[in-house]
Structure formats: structure tokens, C-alpha cells
Design a protein around this ligand. Sequence first.
Ligand code: BGC
Length: 732
Amino acid sequence: MKKLITASFLILTCTLLFSQNKTALYKNRTAPIEERIADLLQVMTLEEKILQMNQWAYGKNDNPNNYESKIKDLNPNIGSLIYRSTDPKYRNFIQKKAMEESRLGIPIIFGFDVVHGYRTIFPIPLAQACSWNTALVKKSCEIAAKEAWLTGIDWTFSPMVDVARDPRWGRVSESYGEDPYANSVFGVAAIEGYQGHKLSEKFTIAACLKHYVGYSLSEGGRDYHYSDVSSQTLWETFMPPFEAGIKAGAATVMSGFNDISGIPASANHYTLTEILKDRWGHDGFVVSDWGSIKNLIYQGVARNPKEAALKAFLSGVDMDMVDDLYYDNLPTLVAEGKITEQQIDDTVKRILRLKFRLGLFDQPYVDELDEKERYLQPEDLLTAKALAAESMVLLKNKNELLPIKSHYKNIAIIGPMVKDSIHIMGFWEGKGRPEDVETIHDGLIKEFGTQLNLHYAKGSDFDGNDTSGFKKARQAANKSDAIIVFLGEKRDWSGENGSRSTISLPKIQEQLVLELKKTGKPLILVLSSGRPLELFRLHHEADAIIEMWQPGTTGGSAISGILSGRINPSGKLAITFPQTTGQIPMTYNMRPSAVPKSGHYQDIPAEPLYWMGHGLSYTTFDYSPIKLSSTTLKKQDTLIAQIEITNKGDRAGKEAVLWYISDPVANISRPVKELKYFEKKNIEKGETTLYRFEIQPHRDLSYVDGNGKRHLETGEYFVMVEDQKVSFKIVE
Ligand code: BGC
């Protein structure tokens, strides 16, 4: 009773103090953020603090008639909402409640999964990485941020930088491929795109690096499963993109669902507090994944919700995404002395810090523009087209079948993807709408106009065993000079919980190809998928193959431009295509085998079908030998590696150069090669362009051990580009 009276007295005093002082320091936009936080914290009650640490999902029903009734039950003190509506007025309406009805006027931070676009949908991140064009990736995130901000979203749960290791795992579509460096570079580009120069500016939103850490090693590619991550692999493969993202100023981090070798990512003091917050100095906050605090019970490290909340909190998870475990249990845990109010304050500080940085206290509302002005602006669609085009990878082009010859008069366009407007957007399609999508069919009609007769037949569905469409497909093929078959995966065959036990196309789609092959016509295969596919049985049947991925709103135009030759393909794979599912795991940066040239399979080749980095062009690029500024250097020196590339073909083209380093002998065995730098440039026909890689030994030649400590050894190294390999030495 005494406690209660003291608490009530305190609240009363705070309220009085507060109302006497309408211009409290924390409301003064010119005061330093840390002072504003301290000022606010000292007047907050424990309940108000704990509410800041919770996130609820909201806004599915955004019919204006329902605003009042829906919002009635919403606690205005809630820290964050996942905002699913597309209506900025509704968001402002909710924010007004927080500002006016909460005692202290603390704004809500609205989050949403803006993963590869909000309404203008860009290619899936895996495809974006194949563009090797960081400027375009950054620009796409800027556009996504603008569309999201104009809806009232302050925070996106992106980028995902879980280095892809197993293409059976559906979430490889959300990653930037199999290489840690590529994930770092594109992750940073995404953060810069979302967050702009200053979070408080219009059109910028906070980024969230996810899923920290090791999630992509989910056993057998089964989502949400255990991941067995050695400390060496953790540091070498999974940590680098997170560390780079934190250095680039990522506002928040999401703790993963996975169990890292027995200690779940959402209860992992080592990764969340010792590394992320203490070693890397992250001053933003960690949000759990959807229900990942409650999952600690299923993962076998907590007996009940209260223990799960305690473990997550003490490990460093600051905000509870949707499962209410903090809301329900933290007050008791504080009362029992298991958590101190000081610890709560440290967490709440982090959340308030972002709200101040976003300028939410000073400008809590967003503009309420018309839908036409918010989304799908013509110049943004051009960026989407450019990124879609640069993401697509020409895998095979026998006898230069592509681009489509000008003397062709009839082309058969066959397959379940041709008229699709849903699966082409991929998983996490934000608020993308099928009616905004330019289908492949629309794109081809625009591209070829009356110049070509296009004979369409669906042929088959994505799956099932209905072959009744084969006949029409054959008839279309028989009338044509060449056949283009558009096959692929449905939207939810990848993405979250989108694992597949085999990465091949369903049998019906393979049968369709074999059926069409019987016509003897040249056959072009265009694939749309959220992962690499097993092409073992199809590869020899097709004369040309393009992986178009899931290219988003403008995919139809981009693929049509590549087929016609208006666009010269320039994508290169950011992930290896194994021969078969049985070859997984298969990544270019594997460690050397104990018995060279051995360890192959009895039934399939040892090499994958296409390594990361593979991708063809319609022109020919001639690489000069690599030139080094020196062949020996000291650890603190810089080495310049250069090559010249000449465009020997008859059209301009963009060429991405991927620079690798190999360290053949080290105290901890190194991968056979590691990507350290890449650059993409346009080269006009007949022109020669210089590519340059400045090798800084501490940055590019050192390696981490299982404690995250860097080592740089003397000895021989190689710099590699395509099939060239040149040696140099580091000396004392
Ligand atoms: C996913 C996250 C996502 C979150 C919020 C979870 O299920 O794993 O990637 O950000 O939901 O939608």
C-alpha cells in the first residue's frame, strides 16, 4: 500500500511538473538529443517505459469509417506499430492520439517490411545483387523510402544481409547472394538509400539490419530451424555484413528466429550485447523478430513466457515484436528485482533516441498527398526498369541466338509466367499491386509491336499434372521461327517459410520444355525464380537461357528489351547455380579440398552448373593481363591492380569486374578465393576502359579468427579476375 501511495504521488508530481512546464526540455527541438532523452526519461513511469518497448501490428482495416472504432482500444503510449494500411491520413490519425492522449506526447514509430519497394516493386534483393550496381540499388531504396514515408512509415525491416548458403532456404531471395562482401556492400547501399543524409529529413526512413545472425544456415534449408554455426564461420561469413551495416549507421537491428549453436539469436548476450552494442558501439535498438521471444520456449531455453522475456531482455533485445511478452512480464520482473529500472532506462533510451533522430517529436505527422502523387512516379519507374534490366542474367546463348533476329517473323511465347502479374513481384511485395505490373505479355507487345507475330499459349500451370495445354503450345511453336518459354516459381515458393526440398522446376514445367523441343525450333528459356534453379535436365535442351528473377512492377519491359536487343544484358550471378539439389552446399568461396581434384560425385559433375560471377553479354569484352604496381609490399603499403577491358563487339555494354583475393597458406585455412571488390562500368563499342582495385593489406588480405580478431600474415597472395591469377608477396 505504501508503495502504491508513493507511486501515485510520484505520478502526480510528474504530471504537475509537466503541465506547469509545457516547454519541457525534451520538447525543445534545438536541445541536444541526449539531453532531451534524459529529460523525458526522468518523468516517465515504469509502465510508460515498458510500453515503449512493445510493438503491435495494426492498420489492416483502413476504411475511414472504421478509424474511430478501430483506434478506440489502442493504447496511445505504445512504442511502435507495424503499419499495414496504405493511408497516411489513418496513420496521422493514430499518431494524433499518441501525441494528444498519451500523458507525455511520445510519438509512435510505425514500421513495415519495405523489402524491395513499397508500391513500385523492384527486383528481389537477390536479383538486385546480380546487377552489381550499388548506385541503382541505393536509388531503389531511396524511392522505396519515399513511397513508404509518404504513407506514414518511419522504419523498414530491411535490408536482410543473411549470407545465402543453402538455396533450398526460401529466404535466399531476400539476401544479396552467397558472398559476405557483396552482402556488406549492398547492405550499406540499402541503408544509405533508406536513411539518406539525415533521418529527420522528409522521405527518409530508419533501416533495420536483419536477421542477426546466422539465420541462413537453417538446417536442411528448413525455415526457423536450428543453425549450427562454428565461431569461425560466424565471424568470417555472417558477421561482416552486419558489422559493415552498423558502421554505415543502420538505425536498428532485428534478432533472428534461429538458434545459434544452442543459444538462440534472440537470447544471445554474446552477439547482441558484447559484440553489437559493446564492441561495435551500436547506439540504436534491437527489435525481436515476429514472436521470436516467445519462440525461446519452443527452442528449449525458457520454461515459460516470463523466463523468455527475461532472457531476451537480459541478452539485449530492446523491443518485443508483437508477442506482448515484455508488456505482460517486465513489470513483474522489475518488481522482483530480476531487472533493474536502470536496465529498462538503457533500453528505452535507445528507442527514444531513434524517435528523436527521426524528428518524430518535432514533426510527428506526414504529408497527406493523393495516391497519384505518392506512388509509381514516372521517373521512379525508369529506375525500376533499369534495375530490373541490370539484374537479369544471360546464362547461355548458343550460336548467339539472342537477341531475337530481325528476320524472324513469328515467335511463340509460352509458359505460365507470360501473363502473370503476381509471382513476378516476388515475396515481400510490399503494397505492390498486380494491376500496376507490366506483364511479360504487355512488355513483348510493346517491344515488338507489329514487327513480329507473337503466338501465345500458356502450355501448363506452374505445377500440377495437367498436360492439356501442351497441344496448343506445340501448335504455337510450329508456326514460329523460335520459341521462348517463360517458366518459374510462384511467389511463395521462396521468401519466409518458402523452403523447397528440391530447387528444380516442377515436373510439368520440365515436360513442357521437352515437348516443345520436339518441334526442333530454336528454344529460349526465360526463368523467373526466387532462388537458383536446378537446370540439370533442361540446360541442354535450351539454346539460350535468361534468369530474369522476380523483377517486380516493370519486369515485362526489362525482359522484352533484353530479348529484342534494346538492352544489352549485364547481370552476373550473385549466387551459384548447383547442378542438382544434392550438390548443396555449393559456394564459390569454399575451402580447399584435402585431396585436390578429388571428392567428386559418381553421378554428376563436381562443379556447379554456373558459379557466382557467371553472366554473358551481347558484346565481347577483351580483358588485358592484370598489372600490379609491385609484386612485394609491406603490410602498411597499398598495391594497385589494374586491367584494361576493350569492348570488341558491335554494341555498347556494361561490364562488372569482380576482383578476388586468394591466400593459399595461412594459419587458418582460407577459402579458395574471396571477393574483395567489384565495379561496373559502361564501355562503348570499340572503347577501352581501365578498372582499378586498390589493395589495402589490412582491409583486403587479413582474416578474422573465431573471436573476431583480425590477422594479417606475410607470404604469398594472388589477385584474381575471371581466369587470371597473379601472385604478390607481403613481407615484414
Ligand atoms: C520475418 C521478418 C519480418 C517480420 C515482420 C517475420 O516473420 O522473419 O523478416 O521483418 O516478420 O513482418
